[in-house]
Design a protein. Structure first.
Length: 331
C-alpha cells in the first residue's frame, strides 16, 4: 500500500497506475479480459426515440454505483483503466455513450463529427438513463464527469440536485477555449454558421480522423496511454469521432453560460480536479466556479487536460484524491 492523506491505493492498482513501459501489453493481457468478465453491453431508448449504447460493469457486493459521463469525441472503452480501478475498489460502473459517440445513434453521416443541437439532448438522454438504471439501485450514487462530460455533469447537478450523493469532475467544461478569435467575435461567427444552415460543417481548423498519431497535440502526457487509446480508435471506426461541428460549438457555448448562471443550485458534495496545461477548457473559469460553490478542488499545474493520463506523480495523486473523496476520507 502507498498512502497519501488518509487513503491507501492497493498495490495492484498502484502498480498499473505507475506503469509506463509494458502498459499496453498489461491492458491487453490482463485488464481487458478482467473487464470483459464483469461487463454487460446494452442499449436503451432515449427521450426522443434515439437508440443509445452503454456498458455496465458489475461486481459482487458493490459499495456504491458510479455513473461515468465521458467527454467530447470519446467512447466507453477509453475509460478501461479507470473502470478497472473502480471495480477493484468496490464500485459498480454504468458508462453511457452520448448520442453521436461510440455505438450510440449518430445524427450526421460523417463519423468524425460531433454534432448536437443542444446540450439539453445530452441531459435528457442521461435523465432517461438515470431513471431506468441508476435510480432503482439502493446504493450511494456517485457521478464522475470528464471535460464535456464534466460540463454535462454540472448541468445535471444544477437541474437535478437530488440525483447524486457525490460528484468527481475531471477538467470540467465550465467554459471552452475560443481559439484565436476574440470571444464575442467567435460566438457571433459560430452562431451565424448555425443560423445560415451550416451547423453540420466542421468548425474552423477541425477535420476528419487522420489515423496519424500526434501526442504533442493531444490531452495526454503518458506515451503508453496515448498509444493504447489511439490503438482503440484505429481498431474501430465508431471510435474515430474527433472534431466539432458549428452546431456543437454553439451548443457548448450556451451550456457554459447555463452552468455559470446556475452554480448556486448545486447541492451535491463535489470534487474538482483541473489542469494547468490546458488547450480545451479555461482553468481560470473553473477556479472561479469552485470559489462560488461549496466544493473541494485540486489544481494540477503541470498536467494536461487528461490528468489521469498525465505523468506518474499526477496520476497517483489524481486517483488517490478521487478515491479518498469517494470513500469519504478527509482530503
Amino acid at each position: 500500500m502507498v498512502q497519501m492523506g488518509k487513503y491507501e491505493l492497493s498495490n495492484d492498482c498502484l502498480s498499473l497506475i505507475k506503469l509506463e513501459e509494458g502498459f499496453v501489453q498489461e491492458m491487453k493481457t490482463n485488464v481487458e479480459p478482467f473487464l470483459k468478465s464483469h461487463c454487460t453491453d446494452g442499449l436503451y431508448t432515449s427521450h426522443d426515440g434515439k437508440t443509445l449504447h452503454y456498458l455496465y460493469y458489475d461486481i459482487e457486493n458493490p459499495k456504491a454505483v458510479v455513473m461515468l459521463v465521458h467527454g467530447f469525441s470519446e467512447f466507453a472503452e477509453k475509460y478501461n483503466e479507470m473502470v478497472y480501478y473502480l471495480l477493484k475498489n468496490g464500485y459498480c460502473v454504468y458508462l453511457p455513450e452520448h448520442r453521436g459517440h461510440g455505438d450510440s445513434t449518430r445524427e450526421v453521416e460523417d463519423l468524425s463529427k460531433v454534432y448536437v443541437k443542444s446540450f439539453d439532448d445530452y441531459i435528457d438522454d442521461l435523465k432517461v438513463f438515470y431513471e431506468e438504471f441508476i435510480k432503482p439501485i439502493d446504493l450511494q450514487k456517485i457521478l464522475f464527469g470528464h471535460s464535456m462530460g464534466g460540463g454535462i455533469s454540472l448541468m445535471m447537478l444544477e437541474i437535478y440536485p437530488d440525483y447524486f450523493d457525490k460528484a468527481v469532475l475531471s477538467s470540467p467544461m465550465v467554459k471552452i477555449q475560443m481559439s484565436n478569435y476574440p470571444e464575442q467575435i467567435a460566438k457571433k461567427l459560430i452562431k451565424a454558421k448555425v443560423v445560415f444552415g451550416q451547423g453540420e460543417h466542421y468548425v474552423y481548423g477541425q477535420k476528419p480522423f487522420s489515423g496519424v498519431p500526434n501526442i504533442e497535440r493531444s490531452s495526454c502526457k503518458s506515451p503508453a496511454r496515448y498509444e493504447y487509446t489511439f490503438g482503440l480508435r484505429c481498431d474501430d471506426e465508431l471510435h474515430q469521432t474527433c472534431s466539432a461541428t458549428f452546431s456543437w460549438a454553439d451548443a457548448a457555448i450556451s451550456a457554459s453560460d447555463f452552468i455559470k448562471e446556475n452554480a448556486d443550485k448545486i447541492k451535491c458534495n463535489t470534487l474538482f480536479l483541473y489542469a494547468g496545461r490546458e488547450h480545451l477548457v479555461e482553468p481560470e473559469e473553473t477556479r472561479k466556479f469552485c470559489e462560488r460553490i461549496n466544493c473541494k478542488s485540486e489544481f494540477f499545474e503541470n498536467a494536461k487536460h487528461e490528468i489521469y493520463n498525465s505523468d506518474e506523480e499526477d496520476r497517483v495523486k489524481f486517483y488517490t484524491m478521487m478515491f479518498e473523496f469517494m470513500e469519504g476520507k478527509s482530503l
